[in-house]
Design a protein around this ligand. Structure first.
Ligand code: ADP
Length: 460
């Protein structure tokens, strides 16, 4: 397996481990949440029960209310349905009254401030003269559903009750003389709702959340750091490999030309032909200069960072006008727009020319023949701006931060016929920085490149 394959495998393994760790932390948080909720519920139930147990029970209240109503002679109970209605009314007002009373007491307690109380009937039976009638349906119609367990409701207790209304009380009311042996039976449930206590549960879990988030962050940062180091190392290795290929490629052509020329020089007829000999020596000189230029740029790239050029005051627009008029482009159109006003600044023109040469060379190298190359210069506020604009293929946005790196070439272009060592932009940027300026690139793929040199205009 090659290095890229191994890195991909490592990435997949690391992502799986991060995924697994996230899952484990999720389980940890949800289990802690469940435990914290159970504990909170237990605490709240204990406090709620002490409050409820202090108040007179629902059963006693209900029975005495019904009895009290029946004792009044005026209560018009002539048919059974009216009797039922009275019982239901009294039951509901007892239950609602208690509900209000408990909720008021809860609100006054800090531990129960987020809790609300409710109750419901599962069974509600009236027995008259030995006959049983279920009223649960009627009771539940009064907005008390049988098993209403909504989100956050938890059961506090189930209460069973059976009470007999004293016959003497019934006989006090002439309307009730036909009713004997009146029994009320019910089963009720009491709930507390802790849905609003979510905030308290979350508060109790703060340390767990912080720990989990911290661990997760640490894992991600570590993996990120590890991967960026691996990728950086791989990129360096790739760049070095590319550089070795590029320099071999760059030197191969002039060296093989030199070899052929030397072979020619061994031939007697060539040595005797002065014209041919002169041409051969000229060609040899050119190939020598090519090899020299290649080795110079490699050498320069190694030394460029340490070099500190000497600066002197000069008229930069005058210099750039001369520079532009000396430019001879064979296959491209040159448009030079240099501001005619003279502008003095402290710089080193030889270092500036080095940067400009590389940028102009690139514009020529990478843009197709007969297209325009624009060379612009003007002062703007406290800066002197120089722009080299071409209409070539441009540089993809993803590559733009790398093209200024030493030996870096946009990968696909290596397969193309344009030769290079990936040093031109690196040398240009270093040169402009040595002059206290900046070199930036604006480009859209397919839309050409604009390189901008910005030099400070300092009055001293
Ligand atoms: P070289 O030209 O020797 O490859 P440079 O450092 O000058 O090295 O440029 C780095 C890379 O940036 C080049 O390989 C090329 O892909 C891209 N590049 C530079 N200038 C231009 C341009 N004007 N148009 C398109 N691509 C460019």
């Amino acid at each position: 397996m090659n290095t890229s394959g191994k890195i991909k495998l490592l990435l997949v393994a690391c992502l799986s481990i991060v995924g697994l760790l996230i899952y484990i932390q999720y389980q940890l948080i949800s289990n802690t949440y469940r435990l914290t909720k159970v504990e909170y519920e237990k605490e709240v139930k204990a406090v709620a029960n002490t409050i409820i147990s202090k108040e007179p029970g629902i059963e006693k209240q209900l029975l005495s209310r019904i009895t009290a109503v029946f004792s009044k002679k005026a209560v018009p109970v002539t048919i059974r349905q009216q009797l039922f209605n009275i019982i239901i009314d009294q039951s509901n007002s007892t239950v609602f009254g208690l509900e209000r009373q408990y909720n008021d007491s809860f609100r006054r307690m800090n531990a129960l401030k987020d809790v609300s109380y409710s109750s419901s009937y599962d069974l509600f039976t009236i027995e008259i003269n030995g006959n049983s009638f279920s009223l649960v349906q009627l009771v539940n119609q009064a907005d008390r559903s049988q098993n209403r367990l909504t989100d956050g409701d938890c059961l506090l207790q189930v209460r069973n009750f059976q009470g007999i209304i004293d016959e003497k009380n019934l006989q006090l009311n002439p309307n009730l003389k036909d009713f004997h042996n009146l029994k009320v039976k019910f089963q009720g449930k009491q709930f507390i709702n802790i849905a609003k206590g979510q905030g308290e549960i979350m508060k109790r879990m703060t340390s767990t959340f912080l720990l989990a988030a911290g661990l997760l962050l640490a894992e991600i940062v570590l993996f990120y750091a590890m991967f960026s180091a691996i990728l950086k190392q791989k990129r360096l290795t790739d760049i070095q490999k590319d550089f070795a290929n590029n320099i071999t490629h760059e030197l191969k052509t002039p060296l093989s030309s030199v070899k052929v020329m030397f072979k020619s020089l061994e031939r007697k007829e060539v040595l005797e032909n002065q014209v041919h000999l002169g041409q051969l020596l000229q060609s040899l000189k050119r190939q020598y200069e090519k090899i020299q230029a290649i080795t110079d740029s490699v050498l320069e790239s190694a030394m460029v960072t340490e070099f500190q050029p000497e600066l002197c005051r000069c008229d930069i627009s005058q210099h750039l006008r001369e520079y532009a008029s000396d430019l001879r482009l064979e296959k491209h159109l040159l448009e030079a727009i240099i501001e005619p006003i003279s502008q003095e600044l402290r710089t080193n023109l030889a270092v500036l020319d080095k940067a400009l040469n590389n940028l102009i060379d690139n514009a020529i190298k990478y843009s197709p023949e007969s297209l325009k190359i624009t060379f612009k210069a003007y002062a703007q506020h406290d800066f002197y701006i120089i722009k080299i604009i071409d209409l070539g293929p441009g540089i993809p946005i993803t590559e733009q931060h790398s093209v200024f790196d030493k030996f870096y070439r946009v990968p696909e272009r290596n397969k193309h016929t344009v030769k290079g060592l990936g040093l031109g932009l690196y040398i240009s940027k270093q040169a402009v920085q040595q002059l206290g300026g900046s070199l930036t690139l604006f480009s859209k793929e397919g839309g050409g490149c604009t390189f901008t040199i910005k030099l400070p205009i300092n009055e001293n």
